[in-house]
Write a protein that binds this ligand. Structure first.
Ligand code: FE2
Length: 363
């Protein structure tokens, strides 16, 4: 198996379909610290949608809203609410990536085509993944613009919070589908299994899930896939699948090199995080050993810590960022540890279940 058949360079951006992109742009700038870099809409000749492109570190988001009820974006929002449409990947050659992906069994979404403006040229095609989510393949041909052809520069500085890059993003799929998607990423992307977790690692008194982490050869793109496992009550994965009306992106983990400063700023900006009980910190030293950070600060900010043989990580999870309990964010700092916080799964899932119970969804 060719280890990098599509020649993926990096995640180019993540596109969200949202009900009101103008307000989402404000939220991501003022709550999460992104800066706006580009804009497309009526003023730039786009009659169908408005899009704002935002950036912080190397993380790029596109927030898009439809301008008419017949748009496929309107249909996506009607069904799913606000959510991730596209995990767009920059590749050497979009035509080649599309051709190889489709020849290996990926369902085509949009054939490669040229996007062009005064700043140059980009080729873009896309394939379907779970439900209505897609992967675009983007290759630049001497393009020098701020985001993609069709966008104009639109600079509005956000309340920068020190977020640097996407560490991983996670999909929730239906019961029994995890292995199918694992095979899909192996066959079509040449990804391999980096780690797995099962219901012995990830279970509470009430619910459980299975997870497999797929990664490219360099580990620069890490992509866990979750499915629900049988439990006594409805798991957080089942809640997501019901509320999103299908599988989709559950969370995006954003990397910082100073989580105390980043999360302090995000909290000041009004980002809401999951609560963990104080008892978590009483057992912390015993569980993770010596760490550089002051535990009192971690307790104040409700940061979680986990360790593997290579070091430790600090992490925290936001509440869902829409009214439907679907997509949320993880903020993560790695100090050697390449894991995903296995030692925190129980505390974390119990915190989610407390919120699920409040929503009437832990039944
Ligand atoms: Fe995560």
């Amino acid at each position: 198996m060719n280890i990098d058949p599509l020649k993926i360079k990096q995640i180019h951006h993540i596109e969200f379909y949202v009900g009101n992109a103008k307000q989402a742009d404000y939220y991501y700038r003022n709550a999460f610290g992104f800066s706006r870099i580009a804009y497309a809409g009526l003023e730039t000749g786009d009659r169908g949608k408005t899009s704002y492109a935002l950036q912080q570190g190397t993380i790029r988001l596109a927030l898009s809203s439809p301008l008419n009820p017949d748009s496929h974006i309107s249909e996506h929002i009607r069904k799913h609410g606000d959510g991730v449409k596209d995990i767009a990947l920059e590749v050497d050659d979009a035509d080649h990536a599309f051709e190889i992906a489709v020849s290996r069994g990926a369902a085509p979404n949009e054939a490669p085509h040229t996007l062009k403006d005064d700043d140059g040229l980009v080729r873009r095609g896309s394939v379907k993944i779970y439900c209505d989510t897609i992967h675009s393949f983007i290759s630049r041909k001497n393009y020098t613009g701020p985001f993609l052809p069709g966008f104009v520069p639109s600079k509005v500085t956000g309340r920068e919070a020190g977020l640097l890059r996407i560490d991983h993003f996670v999909a929730n799929v239906e019961l029994g589908k995890m292995t199918e998607w694992e095979e899909w990423y192996k066959r079509i992307f040449g990804f391999s299994r980096f780690m797995t977790f099962d219901d012995k690692d990830i279970s509470t008194e009430f619910s459980a899930l299975n997870s497999v982490v797929m990664a490219n050869d360099s580990r620069s793109i890490k992509f866990p896939i979750n499915e629900p496992a049988r439990g006594r009550r409805k798991s957080q994965i089942e809640e997501y699948l019901e509320c999103y009306y299908g599988p989709g992106v559950q969370h995006i983990a954003l990397l910082t090199t100073d989580i105390i400063s980043t999360v302090s700023r995000l909290r000041e900006n009004g980002v809401e995080f999951l609560e963990v009980p104080d008892t978590y910190y009483e057992a912390l030293n015993q569980r993770v050993g010596k760490i550089d950070e002051d535990v009192a600060k971690l307790r104040k900010l409700k940061l979680l810590v986990d360790r593997d043989e290579n070091g430790y990580l600090l992490q925290i999870f936001t509440r869902p960022v829409e009214d439907r309990p679907t997509l949320f964010y993880e903020i993560i700092q790695r100090k050697g540890c390449q894991g995903f916080g296995k030692g925190n799964f129980k505390a974390l899932f119990e915190a989610i279940e407390r919120e699920q119970a409040m929503r009437g969804n832990l039944v």
